[in-house]
Design a protein around this ligand. Structure first.
Ligand code: DX5
Ligand code: ZN
Length: 216
């Protein structure tokens, strides 16, 4: 059964505690938190103080997705703010191996994210060092975008790579996920599904999470 990680990016930031408590009550497994720096991606989202505020109320794992350059500068700060999982982009990490080791030595799970244009083959020499591979199924920067269908092909290759390496690395898919494509992604080998828009535009977000959980 796949894990569901609602994306806080689509929450109501004026009622953040309410939305965090909704996720606590729901069938969700993780909180997905998107940090955007306005350089690596053309948007600015939230940073350390907001993660600390979420941590104060959350009862689930905080899965922090860093869409920023030089993520290695702030690993200890993200840990102190409450991150349990820290994912960096391969495209923003010239010393990825070192960064993954540093994330783990801070006591977090280490993730690598790949943009839609990045081939899964780029992960071949790092797959046994990562706890999670996050496959972007939209171009990072915004919630509510359309799912890129080519993701399915990448998933097949990635699933094979991880199985061949006898690795426990989880595959997380992020962007444009809804009840229309969730089951197909799990069939292709997804272990974790991120959903922002599909959860928070639902009249009863908890029900959207329960529906996603039940079809995965
Ligand atoms: C996009 C973010 C996603 C986003 C997903 O850059 O990484 O986590 O919040 O939102 P939806 O599910 O609306 O595509
Ligand atoms: Zn994300």
């Amino acid at each position: 059964m796949a894990l569901i990680a609602p994306s806080i990016l689509s929450a109501d930031f004026g009622n953040l505690q309410r939305d965090v408590e909704m996720i606590n009550r729901s069938a969700a497994d993780w909180f997905h938190i998107d940090v955007m720096d306005g350089v690596f991606v053309p948007n600015i989202s939230l940073g350390l103080p907001v993660i600390r505020a979420i941590k104060a109320h959350s009862k689930k794992i905080l899965d922090v997705h860093l869409m920023m350059i030089q993520p290695e500068k702030y690993l200890a700060e993200f840990r102190a703010a409450g991150a349990d999982i820290l994912t960096v982009h391969i495209e923003a990490s010239p010393h990825l191996h070192r960064t993954l080791q540093a994330i783990k030595s801070e006591g977090m799970k280490a993730g690598v994210a790949i943009n839609p244009h990045t081939s899964v083959e780029a992960l071949a020499d790092i797959i046994t060092d990562a706890d999670i591979v996050l496959v972007m199924s939209v171009n990072p920067g915004f919630g509510g975008q359309q799912f890129i269908e080519h993701t399915y092909k990448k998933m097949e290759k990635l699933r094979r790579m991880i199985d061949d390496a006898k690795s426990n690395c989880l595959i997380e898919v992020d962007g444009g996920i809804s009840i229309k494509n969730a089951a197909a992604l799990v069939r292709k080998g997804a272990d974790v599904l991120v959903a922002g828009n599909a959860v928070f535009t639902h009249p009863v977000p908890e029900e959207a999470i329960a529906e996603l959980k039940s079809i995965c």
